[in-house]
Design a protein around this ligand. Structure first.
Ligand SMILES: [Zn+2]
Length: 83
């Protein structure tokens, strides 16, 4: 089901956002020199612990960035508060 977003910071943007996925890449370093000895070929999307990818949302109007739920909750509060 589609989720609406609303920026709680500038309180004006409901349409222009960027999704930010956090990726992890395993590396191994030399403890003495700090040199990277090994880099995994694959990047792995970090999950939020419930099997879903962790997604941050950035407001392209004011630049505010937060966890996706913050924007979803703000959209819901809009319904409750202002009708
Ligand atoms: Zn904003």
């Amino acid at each position: 089901m589609a989720q609406r977003y609303f920026c709680p910071d500038c309180k004006g943007n409901r349409t222009r956002f960027a999704l930010i996925y956090q990726l992890s890449q395993e590396i191994r370093k030399d403890p003495g020199t700090g040199e990277v000895l090994y880099r995994a070929d694959e990047w792995e999307a970090l999950s939020d612990g419930n099997g879903r990818p962790h997604v941050d949302v950035k407001c392209l109007s004011c630049g505010y960035t937060a966890y996706e739920n913050v924007f979803i909750k703000a959209a819901k509060n809009l319904d409750d508060g202002f009708g």
